[in-house]
Design a protein around this ligand. Sequence first.
Ligand code: KIV
Length: 296
Amino acid sequence: MSLTPIGEPRRKITVASLRENKLQHQPITCLTAYDYATARLVDAAGVDIVLVGDSLAMTMLGYENTLSVTIDEMLHHAKAVRRGVKHAFLIADMPYGSYHVSPDDAVRNAARYVKEAGAEAVKVEGGEKRADLIRRIIDAEIPVAGHIGLTPQSVNVMGGYKVQGKDLTAIEHLMRDAVALDRAGVACIYLEGIPREVAAMITAEVETPTIGIGAGPDCDGQVLVFHDILNLTFQQPAKFVRRYGDAAAEITHAVQAFRADVLSRQYPSDAESYHLPKETKAALETVLERKSSMRR
Ligand code: KIV
């Protein structure tokens, strides 16, 4: 269950417990996190899966898209997130280029996430064409999350960020992708940017839990990007984004207030300053007095 009953200790989320969620029709919650502080907050709020998404390329590093971020940059963030997550299942995104060159390279990079960052699964974009590669990674004892539909690492092939699966051929293709991932034994399947009808069909067809983003309400779970729900992206949100807070306004307000306090010498106050111990203060005053009387 996503909401742990009051008084019950929180359990650790695992691949098996995510499957149980699907069987019990208990929605799975997932949010991205990219650093220690936000990971702690997301985990403590009871979210089931923390995803170190390659969306950090834009949200944290200011890149234009996800294509530039490297495995070393991703690892740096994943390690910080690991230190903040206790109960949630921790998935890290394999960035573009980290699994496209060779299967050996892909397994090596996935293993780095496990060894160096304590990731419990890695996420790979693509369906049918990635099934063999995904089996190789699973053979190395590393759970894998699939990701189909609008796959941002294929932006140049797709010709932009467009909703996928809109005609019968595309739907058939997506169904084949989902079934291939299901058979490969992935831990969960992210469905991004597809019509809700298609997401519902896939969810009903596969045994693997589906996690939707822009895929409607019939998936087994939902994921959103942390920066999207808190208005920290500096751009118009996509149709599926719901804002749950305005961190941009909160941060701007706090920073402006700090600046104004410094300029008007309201900060720091005496109470916010350290003071000398009484005896040292008295001794210092004596020394200063002596010095000034010698000058006179
Ligand atoms: O990188 C990311 O944040 C993602 C999710 C949005 C699924 O892949």
